[in-house]
Ligand binder design. Structure first.
Ligand code: BGC
Length: 373
């Protein structure tokens, strides 16, 4: 069968023929891959700046944002049946007994860094026709969401951030008003930095939690992204119209910043707009550029005197995957067509070079690998 792989030693990206995987353990599930999304991490791996093949292997099969259909199941599989739709999780636990996170199934918080990530780090990914995976790493998706479910994995980034935000804001005695079922009060304005798929999905999640949401991005208006943002009831601000530090002055104090641009200078500038008791969440992984000066005294004073919290978040556990599946359904009901509009193109395998090595216009590009059964 065909697989899209990188070969780091010879610095090649190519379509390879690899053997079909077989069910081995009783809890194994064989999947027919239907769609795989292309993201910045895949492009970095193709530029040989990131990513590692499995031990003893010269190639890494790419792809970690995916949607699959169950083809067959081992005798120990309890929840899944052929024909079911699933999204596989990305990270697999490290082997160390002392890593409590991995031992508790929370490898998204792994302490050792010896985890594997499918399509990224030490494990083959999903840009291939068939995949075998243990049932415990598969998240079921209702058939009615199959058209947009390739967005589950990129949405898990926002879901994990929000789950942590609710925990962090438990520190406020009146509780964060955006927790489902809570009354409104303080904490109502969110700023999203970046209008790529992670930023726009984050904006949807924040709007669904009833945050007044501002999306701050490079692109000038008029733009389809600005229209999309306004259609979900959020505000679009172009970096050409306002500087990050002007945002709070114009819109009021910001309670949550969801950073999804990987641009550190803009992020630290926007940090100055954080209000009292606010939280800043980093999700982007910036490339290494030359250092930029920041006013460390000013920032430290502000963080302390306004009770602010800054945290970074990566990868996601089953709770965030399940929340993402649930939220896709809620988003579809509240803003019909908004999710579909994020998928700019579905392409055959042959288009992989231009998607992985080029800079295709649009938001999320997807490889259509197999036909649904
Ligand atoms: C993936 C995460 C992964 C991270 C770091 C992201 O693109 O969505 O699952 O943990 O890269 O490798």
């Amino acid at each position: 069968m065909r697989a899209i792989s990188v070969l780091p030693k010879s610095r090649e990206l190519r379509v390879q023929q690899i053997p079909e995987p077989r069910l081995e353990a009783p809890s194994d599930v064989r999947l027919r891959m239907i769609e795989v999304g292309v993201c910045g991490t895949d492009r970095e791996i193709c530029a040989f700046e990131y990513g590692t093949p499995p031990a003893g292997c010269d190639h890494l099969v790419l792809g970690h944002e995916s949607l699959a259909q169950v083809e067959s199941v081992g005798p120990g599989v309890t929840e899944l049946r052929p024909g079911d739709w699933v999204v596989p999780m990305v990270r697999r636990p490290c082997p160390h007994a002392h890593c409590v996170a991995c031992r508790r199934g929370r490898q998204d918080f792994c302490f050792t860094g010896d985890f594997r990530e499918r399509g990224i780090q030490g494990a083959h990914g999903f840009m291939t026709e068939l995949v075998v995976e243990d049932e415990r790493y598969l998240v079921p998706v209702p058939a009615g969401l199959a058209d947009v479910a390739v967005l589950v994995e990129p949405l898990t980034i926002a879901e994990k951030a929000l789950l942590q935000l609710w925990h962090v804001q438990e520190r406020l005695p009146w509780e964060c008003p955006h927790r489902p079922g809570k009354d409104h009060g303080h904490c109502r304005r969110a700023l999203v930095l970046g209008a790529g798929p992670v930023g726009l999905l984050g904006a949807l999640a924040l709007r669904a939690a009833d945050f007044e949401t501002i999306v701050y991005a490079r692109e000038e208006r008029p733009s389809p992204k600005a229209d999309w943002v306004e259609a979900i009831g959020a505000i679009y601000v172009s970096a050409r119209e306002q500087s990050p530090s002007e945002l709070a002055a114009r819109h009021g104090a910001i309670d949550v910043v969801y950073e999804a641009a990987g641009a550190s200078q803009v992020a630290f500038e926007a940090m100055q707009s954080l209000g009292a008791n606010a939280v800043f969440v980093f999700t982007g992984v910036p490339g290494r550029k030359s250092p930029v000066p920041i006013d460390t005294d000013g920032l430290m004073r502000q963080l302390v005197l306004r009770n602010q919290i800054v945290f970074g978040t990566v990868n996601a556990g089953r709770d965030a995957f399940e929340a993402a599946v649930r939220d896709l359904g809620r988003f579809e009901a509240r803003w019909p067509g908004a999710l579909r509009a994020l998928i700019s193109g579905r392409h055959p395998l042959e288009a992989h070079r231009e998607l992985l090595l080029g800079r295709p216009a649009g938001i999320k590009h997807v490889l259509a690998i197999g036909a649904p059964g």
